[in-house]
Ligand binder design. Structure first.
Ligand SMILES: [Zn+2]
Ligand SMILES: [Zn+2]
Length: 179
């Protein structure tokens, strides 16, 4: 536990903007096309027998268009999101498309794995739940040196074993947060 690396590196944090950027362009275009397509089917293809029901027709076209469009955005998001979590892309896209009423997507959001990140020191892919890199022992989050449970950077004693965390000698890049 003594060979701490001193590199200053940043672990990318996920913000709302990044989440929006996870929706690929093809799914945005598909969403627009599906919305326009739904308007076309409701106003162009379906027979106009009841002109008095135009508001209803407008509402139905809008509702179905919005539904198909959000489906396209959802599948686009999932197709990008699976990759940064190391999950099977084909399987989950298929589940989202085939299971009715968005059930596939609900299951996906319940079961998805944490985002994979890269070790700031050696770039090995690592799970967000790791405290140390498996390849180079670079510490990415604070842990108790006795029981190795995760601790908060502001904790004075370990919540699991009561160890005095001040005795641990935090690695340089983590000490920067506590000072
Ligand atoms: Zn590493
Ligand atoms: Zn402990």
């Amino acid at each position: 536990m003594s060979e701490w690396r001193n590199q200053q590196a940043q672990i990318p944090a996920s913000s709302g903007d990044d989440e929006l950027r996870m929706i690929p362009r093809w799914s945005m275009i598909l969403a627009v096309l599906l919305f326009i397509g739904a308007q076309y089917i409701f106003h162009g293809v379906m027979p106009h027998h009841h002109h008095e029901l135009l508001p209803l027709r407008l509402m139905m076209g809008y509702a179905w268009g919005a539904l198909f469009a959000s489906y396209a955005l959802l599948v686009g998001y999932v197709s990008c999101d699976v990759r940064r979590r190391g999950m099977s892309a084909g399987l989950w896209i298929l589940a989202c498309v085939l299971l009715p009423g968005g059930i596939g997507a609900v299951i996906y959001f319940m079961l998805r794995q944490p985002i994979l990140q890269h070790c700031p020191n050696c770039s090995t892919q690592m799970s967000a739940s790791y405290h140390f890199c498996a390849q180079c022992q670079f510490q990415v989050s604070p842990v108790c040196s006795v029981c190795h449970h995760g601790v908060k950077i502001t904790d004075v004693y370990c919540t699991q074993c009561g160890h005095d965390l001040a005795k641990d000698g935090a690695p340089a890049r983590l000490r920067a947060y506590s000072d």
